[in-house]
Ligand binder design. Structure first.
Ligand code: ZN
Length: 269
């Protein structure tokens, strides 16, 4: 089996996770910028984090033969402070030329506050000015529906943004249609506690078809399972999916989306 992990917070994981992912058939991992497990106290914390995502972590992944890519932003959980967000966003352009940077993400909303919306719009403008793809985080639980609508409205109101270059991640049953109808890609995050289970993700794929959708494990600081994509592939097989149809969801779809960035390259097998 082969698959791509399109959303994994590898700085929070141990080397055993890299070994397990590669053993299971992972061909590449993509790491959106996220919360560090604590709020960073200044713009310098983000500078160091962007160096970690673009320099140290790709080297750590390479020790296990795994190509590592990343997305940059100040994440929604830390974007209540608009002044700090302005400082972080002004730092990002100098990192955009680095060889493993795919675009701007994971941007979006956490609590749907006014300041978060302002920072989201600043990120969308940054992506548009630098012709970057976008990866979007949508809020949790009761804030998800409203947050997804606010995010889609913000993206659609900027005419410079190509919908096919945007993925709305963490979609669930009540938000998947909003993302798909607007022409964006959708990501389903497989999680043992919150978010979406493998069974629910497969139900959604069977209801909506497997165009413009990917699966990811997120695997961050919380309780999460870095092998949830291959585990879900096994569950798909059990439910009668063909090997070809599974490959489309776990490998070809992320490849198609990520190939829009010329820097996304897999080593020739
Ligand atoms: Zn994430």
């Amino acid at each position: 089996m082969r698959y791509i992990e399109p959303h994994g917070h590898m700085v929070s994981r141990v080397t055993d996770d890299y070994v397990d992912m590669v053993t299971a058939g992972c061909q590449a991992v993509c790491e959106p910028a996220f919360w560090a497990g604590y709020d960073r106290s200044s713009v310098n914390g983000f500078h160091d984090y962007f160096c970690q995502l673009t320099d140290y972590e790709p080297k750590r992944a390479a020790k296990f033969g795994l190509p590592h890519f990343c997305w940059l932003c100040i994440n929604p959980k830390e974007s209540e402070d608009v002044k700090l967000a302005e400082e972080v966003i002004s730092l990002i352009p100098k990192f955009l030329d680095r060889s493993n940077v795919l675009g701007i993400g994971e941007i979006g909303l956490n609590k749907n506050s006014r300041n978060e919306v302002k920072v989201l719009e600043m990120h969308i403008d940054l992506a548009a000015r630098h012709n970057q793809m976008i990866l979007v985080h949508t809020p949790h639980l009761e804030d998800k529906l409203k947050g997804t609508r606010l995010i889609v409205d913000a993206l659609k109101s900027d005419t410079r943004i190509r919908p096919e270059g945007v993925i709305i991640d963490h979609v669930e049953e009540h938000t998947i249609k909003i993302a798909m109808d607007a022409g964006f890609w959708g990501g389903m995050t497989l999680y043992p506690e919150s978010k979406c289970s493998p069974a629910r993700a497969i139900d959604m794929l069977e209801n909506y078809g497997s165009e413009r959708l990917w699966l990811n494990s997120a695997c961050d600081w919380g309780v999460s399972v870095p092998l949830n994509v291959p585990y879900t592939a096994l569950e798909m097989k059990r439910r009668g999916w063909t090997a070809e149809d599974i490959d489309k969801v776990v490998y070809q779809n992320p490849l198609k989306f990520l190939n829009q960035c010329r820097k996304f390259k897999l080593p020739k097998v």
